[in-house]
Write a protein that binds this ligand. Structure first.
Ligand code: SF4
Ligand code: SF4
Length: 346
């Protein structure tokens, strides 16, 4: 088999699992991040990794400045050069002076102070710019953006791996074979979402495994299942009964992040509707607080129609009429969100 057809084989899957996240309901509580970190990133060398993370946007995000580090494909499908992320970009594994503050008599006079892994005063870390708004008062705005590996249908990490260590399972989950990986990090450069991390202890690249030991037993991934805001739906994109299908394919209100990267990502977002903006006299206008051009930068031109549909359906419901879309998004029964992945974790 030549290398092109071998890559096609590694990139193909029979079906595709997908996650939908409603950004109108995400409150930035980080329960998804903690759920992931508790289960998967507790081994030596994984201290800096947040396979699942939630950032404040517009912002530099996590890993730091990931949107300007290249990778992905251009419009002709050619691979674009990407950059590596370093340990500071990935959160710096900050150390705190807990002993000084908690265990010493003069602890009352000391304050918790983050230090870089190299002992210097920290200048950057995970969620350093949390809740930092854009825009000008009284029209300041931000939204929370939860992220994880997108298990892309056209995954550049698979193309880039010189060891053919990355592949898709039949359900569309992208995994790195730790026995084949030799830590070249071409995948880290190639992923435009910067969702692969190098483990300096094992000298292998690692990333979100979509909780595959759970989904093999019909249990939703921990980040999706533990979301206290009921923002998330999970299931197969071709399952017409799933909320994923209804939100992505039928109502078309759930959109991929940065579709221009050309990777066909499989985490979809219901964009934030935002509140209304004030004019210079302090009167409410019909303009949205989050400028449409900002949302277009994240979700592409389809965000206009998606927001129009959301606003129209919300109004329909306010007028006392039924709306299937609003019922799905309100999510009174959590099991409805996860199709066949509703088993209890044991
Ligand atoms: S998000 Fe990045 S790591 Fe995940 S499948 Fe896509 S390219 Fe690969
Ligand atoms: S658990 Fe849900 S509400 Fe909380 S930050 Fe994650 S996606 Fe948002």
């Amino acid at each position: 088999m030549n290398s092109t057809s071998e890559k096609q084989r590694l990139k193909s899957s029979k079906r595709q699992l997908a996650t939908v996240i409603d950004l109108n309901k995400c409150m930035g509580c980080q329960s998804c991040t903690v759920a992931c970190k508790n289960i998967w990133t507790q081994r030596p060398g994984t201290e800096h990794m947040r396979w699942a993370n939630v950032g404040t946007y517009p912002g530099r995000g996590y890993p730091r400045d990931w949107q300007s580090k290249g990778g992905g494909y251009d419009k002709q499908g050619r691979a674009l050069q990407g950059q590596l992320i370093n340990i500071v970009d990935a959160g710096d594994n900050l150390q705190f002076n807990h002993d000084e503050v908690l265990n010493h008599e003069d602890g009352q006079n000391a304050r918790l102070e983050p230090r870089s892994a190299d002992g210097q005063t920290a200048k950057w870390g995970y969620n350093w710019d949390e809740d930092q708004a854009s825009g000008k008062w009284p029209n300041a705005f931000f939204f929370y953006l939860p992220r994880k590996c997108n298990h892309c249908s056209n995954a550049p990490c698979i193309d880039a791996c010189s060891r053919n260590a990355i592949s898709k399972r039949d359900d569309g989950v992208v995994l790195i074979d730790q026995d084949r990986c030799t830590g070249h990090r071409h995948c880290v450069e190639a992923c435009p979402y910067k969702m692969i991390y190098f483990n300096p202890a094992t000298k292998r690249s690692e990333k979100c495994i979509e909780c595959f030991p759970r989904i093999d037993k019909g249990i939703a991934p921990a980040c999706n299942r533990q979301c206290v805001g009921r923002t998330r739906a999970y299931g197969y994109l071709d399952d017409k009964d799933s909320q994923v299908y209804k939100l992505v394919r039928q109502w078309k209100v759930a959109l991929p992040l940065h579709p221009e990267y050309g990777t066909e990502p499989n985490v979809y977002y219901v964009p934030p509707m935002s509140t209304y903006a004030y004019d210079s006299d302090g009167r409410l206008t019909d303009d949205m607080r989050i400028p449409l051009e900002v949302l277009e930068q994240y979700f592409g031109p389809a965000v206009h129609q998606a927001l129009a549909t959301l606003v129209a359906q919300r109004q329909q419901r306010k007028d006392g009429n039924p709306s299937q879309l609003m019922d799905i998004l309100i999510s009174k029964v959590w099991q409805d969100r996860f199709s066949e992945f509703t088993n209890e974790p044991v």
